[in-house]
Design a protein around this ligand. Structure first.
Ligand code: NAD
Length: 305
């Protein structure tokens, strides 16, 4: 955590997108002494951020006025491109030399499009998607997975450090998004196969708790067995133990797997398990669980309820 409040106050930050992740991230910037002007299209998101001490601007354009850093945390590629690009986009309104840090998970090609447009206007841009979920956003312990110029990252470091604990520089523009998609593709596959293993064991009469406890210290261990176990009651803090509410939405995982498959097509890579997992989360969404935590894919394999 960065606690040099007076120094931070010199950096004026615009924060666009105050949802599940962006709201607590903006609040952590304020807690760390940054001057933040924020905007979201949703009234509920604005109220929550205001209650957490974030100053709200009347529009995204007003938020970026006089800002030296603009942080965005939006749902998908189309939202990010619509916000920054074009004659009315934010890039056209930002002061020369300002820095864009986009923390949304979007297509690597989309991040590169915005970065090139930023560069053409004398602005710097980093793709900095995150890992750590809503709990990490609230606690200020996110991992930032960054693509872009080293000089831009050094400038962004105090801002990122106020919202997270780990920063990985993966390479040039778009590399942060590629790395994030690799991580989430592995996560999506591991969660699905963990649910499948638990379903198999329970079908044979095994106790899901005993099976999970064994797997958590054996070679089948993972974040899915140890922390976000998909079987209700095995881990009291996991979304599965509260009806799969909160956590990382099935449809966000579906989006990330779609981006991973798209990225694979671009370079002719084979991602057979990623494609299979994408289909499983699509079926889970069609079964009405799109808004639930992605571990609810367990119900597709064997309903524990
Ligand atoms: P969210 O839907 O809760 O928040 C997105 C916010 O963006 C919403 O409040 C929406 O109103 C706002 N918005 C959309 N278009 C806008 C615009 N033009 N101007 C201003 N505001 C606008 O989503 P989230 O869970 O906060 O996720 C944000 C991003 O972070 C996604 O790309 C997601 O994949 C990624 N992510 C999420 C998690 C998680 O656990 N939720 C974890 C890691 C990464």
């Amino acid at each position: 955590m960065n606690t040099t409040n007076t120094m931070n106050a010199c950096e004026r930050i615009a924060f666009i997108g105050l949802g599940h992740m962006g709201g607590p991230m903006a609040a952590n910037l304020v807690k760390n002494g940054f001057s933040v002007s924020a905007f979201d299209l949703s009234g509920a998101a604005l109220s929550a951020a205001r209650a957490a001490g974030v100053t709200i601007a009347p529009s995204a354009a007003a938020a970026v006025e006089g800002a030296s850093v603009v942080v965005s945390m939006l749902p998908a590629s189309r939202h990010v491109e619509a916000l920054f690009l074009g004659e009315d986009g934010l890039l056209a309104r930002m002061a020369t030399g300002a820095l864009v840090i986009d923390c949304s998970t979007i297509a690597p090609a989309s991040a590169q499009r915005v970065a090139h447009a930023a560069q053409a206007r004398g602005l710097a841009m980093l793709d900095a998607p995150v890992s750590g979920g809503t709990a990490g956003a609230a606690a200020g312990t996110l991992t930032f997975i960054v693509g872009g110029e080293t000089t831009a990252l050094e400038r962004a470091r105090p801002v990122l450090s106020a919202m997270g604990r780990n920063i990985f520089h993966m390479g040039a523009s778009g590399a942060g998004q590629v790395a994030k998609l690799c991580n989430n593709m592995a996560l999506g596959v591991i969660m699905a196969v963990t649910g499948e293993a638990l379903a198999l064991g329970v079908s044979h009469g095994l106790d899901p708790q005993a099976l999970s406890d064994m797997m958590a210290v054996s070679t089948g261990r993972s974040w899915a067995t140890e922390v976000c176990n998909p079987w209700p009651g095995v881990k009291p803090e996991a979304p599965a133990s509260r009806g799969y509410s909160g956590g990382f939405g099935n449809d966000l995982m579906l989006k990330d797997l779609g981006l991973a498959v798209e990225a694979a097509l671009q370079v002719g890579a084979a991602v057979p398990l990623g494609e299979l997992a994408r289909n499983l989360y699509a079926l889970n969404s069609r079964a009405g669980r799109g808004g639930l935590d992605f571990s609810s894919v367990q119900e597709l394999l064997l309903s524990p309820r």
